[in-house]
Ligand binder design. Sequence first.
Ligand SMILES: CC(C)(COP(=O)(O)OP(=O)(O)OC[C@H]1O[C@@H](n2cnc3c(N)ncnc32)[C@H](O)[C@@H]1OP(=O)(O)O)[C@@H](O)C(=O)NCCC(=O)NCCS
Length: 139
Amino acid sequence: MSLNDLELMKNTLYSDFDNFWSYNVLKQELENDKTKYIIAKEKNEVVGFAGISVIFDEATLNNIVVKKSCRKRGIGGELLETLIDLCSDLKLKSFTLEVNVENTPAIKLYEKFGFKNLGIRKKYYNNSTDAYIMTKYDL
Ligand SMILES: CC(C)(COP(=O)(O)OP(=O)(O)OC[C@H]1O[C@@H](n2cnc3c(N)ncnc32)[C@H](O)[C@@H]1OP(=O)(O)O)[C@@H](O)C(=O)NCCC(=O)NCCS
């Protein structure tokens, strides 16, 4: 994802996507040299994006989101697979994420791509909902 991609999405970001970091945080993310963001495009329109932070030989998933009207068509899977391939190319040791225990679509997506539930962070979201910590080692 380039800053230009983000600017093109700016007006529809909040209506078309959900459960992602804000525009301002995404902008900072793109300016941070430890992060890598990718987009999925259809007919010149961004329909999904995802990003990781890389510290030493470990990746953390920062965001993965597909446009609401385009879900359940394989785009989230393609984004995640592309990030896994990137981790593999960078010869990273692990790929970790946190996910709300109530976010079944995301949990199923991560399980499908081999992430294992290795722990729980209590009251991680808004000091109320727990998060699973999921990690993939076979990169
Ligand atoms: C999670 C998300 C990225 C999945 O994107 P998607 O494009 O709809 O996912 P895909 O179509 O590629 O589905 C891949 C797998 O995810 C799982 N999955 C996706 N949506 C699901 C749903 N509604 N219910 C159950 N499993 C689901 C399935 O295992 C699916 O594989 P299958 O089609 O073989 O059953 C999407 O729902 C989203 O953007 N959610 C809001 C943002 C979010 O919560 N991100 C995660 C933050 S941790």
